[in-house]
Design a protein. Structure first.
Length: 410
């Protein structure tokens, strides 16, 4: 059997380098930045007030106190966005709003709360330090500085920075279009009645949700039966809307494993056995005139989910322009014993609990009681996999084990 690491490498070798595209700012939300962004201007672009108050010369208020207040005439009102030049001479003040440009001559702003709020003249009962409540030009960003680097996912903060430096559009690696398809004659759309021997289809919903959480644009086709021509025609239809296709089911050794049957004829898709549990049968390759990557996962729900996290997620990260690194792992204490078949790496669903009492307390991990590849219910509460190496067949409670954290939504 093939090693997990080798299969990850082979899958990633299929994935082409993503091509940048220029997107409008809001459309770029969630995408990955393809190029560095520099600011054409300093931010702020001018000295301005950080509070509503009065622009003054700090020296004029050195002697101000509750017993000996200083009263200054108000020579101007300066709202935010005011383009007119204003000056504050010695012994004068100007009423100023948050974000308004500082008048020449003034070197501090006194918050309105520290005054009597006068409009013709204003009383100050305390001194103020030079620079108080003044935002200096360039104290956030200087002109020409790099504000965002390639590989950054554009979230709300990044969106704000892009707009602040005047970008209306930005080059990004757009969200990959993922088509998800399940196969099987026994499958029925949820909400419809079941017949004898039928089950409600769940894999495509699960994998579509996982791909969406990985930051992709996802289209769930649903499922098709086990007729080879139907599967072939469906795949052809999906390719025009896909950057990658992910299927579940039909990849093992059964007489009706239709995905394997259909794609083996292509000569561009390989079906292998990987030394892991669950998820031993896997397929990968390219299809169609554009050589679209396809990853075919097992049909058992837990096998499909584990396979997605181990093999598909890194591939989607590469398509997004991100480092295709695996999920993060850590060490934790096992709360109950586990077993594993020899020669295969097990990924056991589990609940990881990190101590609330600080870093010195070791985290613990509790394996789910049902680990069958068809037993889907334990996935809902799992937030981690316990990884049992190929050469290990059993681990006792209290063992320190490798734990892979399951991802949060992108």
């Amino acid at each position: 059997m093939k090693s997990v690491e080798q299969h990850i490498a082979d899958v990633l070798a299929l994935i082409p380098d993503p091509v940048p595209t220029e997107l409008d700012l809001l459309q770029a939300h969630g995408a990955v930045l393809a190029e560095a962004v520099t600011s054409p201007v300093s931010l702020p672009g001018f000295d301005n007030s950080s509070m509503d108050g009065y622009a003054v010369r700090a020296a004029d208020l050195e002697s101000a106190s509750p017993d000996h207040p200083v009263r200054l005439p108000v020579v101007a009102d300066i709202p935010a966005g005011d383009p007119s030049p204003t000056a504050v001479l010695p012994g004068r003040s100007a009423r100023i709003m948050t974000g308004a440009p500082m008048p020449s001559g003034a070197d501090a702003v006194v918050p309105v709360e520290w005054t009597d709020g006068g409009t013709a003249s204003v009383t100050f009962d305390r001194p103020v330090k030079e620079g108080n409540a003044v935002r200096r030009a360039g104290d956030d960003v200087t002109a020409g500085a790099t504000v965002l680097r390639p590989g950054v996912r554009i979230g709300p903060g990044e969106m704000g920075v892009l707009a602040a430096v005047g970008r209306r559009s930005v080059p990004v690696y757009a969200r990959p279009r993922v088509m998800v398809l399940s196969t099987g004659e026994e499958l029925v759309e949820p909400g419809r009645p079941l017949g004898p021997g039928q089950i409600w289809e769940s894999n495509s919903f699960m994998i579509a949700a996982a791909a969406r959480d990985a930051g992709c644009e996802v289209h769930r086709h649903g499922f098709v039966g086990d007729h080879p021509q139907t599967v072939r025609d469906t795949l052809d239809d999906l390719l025009v809307r896909a950057d990658i296709v992910v299927t579940t089911g039909g990849v093992s050794m059964g007489a009706h494993d239709v995905v394997k049957e259909v794609l083996t004829r292509e000569g561009t898709v390989e079906f292998v056995q990987v030394a892991m549990q669950p998820g031993k049968p896997q397929g990968f390759g390219v299809i169609g005139p554009d050589r679209t990557p396809i990853i075919t996962l097992p049909g058992n729900p837990v096998s499909a989910f584990v396979s997605f996290q181990v093999f598909v997620r890194p591939a989607l990260r590469r398509l997004r322009g991100l480092d295709p690194r695996p999920l993060p792992s850590m060490r934790a204490l096992l709360t109950s014993p586990v077993t594993s078949p020899p020669g295969r790496r097990s990924f056991l669903r589990a609940v990881l609990e990190e101590s609330p009492y600080g870093r010195d307390a070791e985290p613990t991990v509790s394996p789910a009681s049902h680990q069958g590849s068809h037993q889907l219910s334990a996935l809902a509460g799992a937030n981690a996999f316990v990884v049992v190496p190929e050469e290990v067949t059993e681990l006792a409670a209290g063992s320190r084990v490798e734990v892979v954290r399951l991802p949060e939504p992108a």
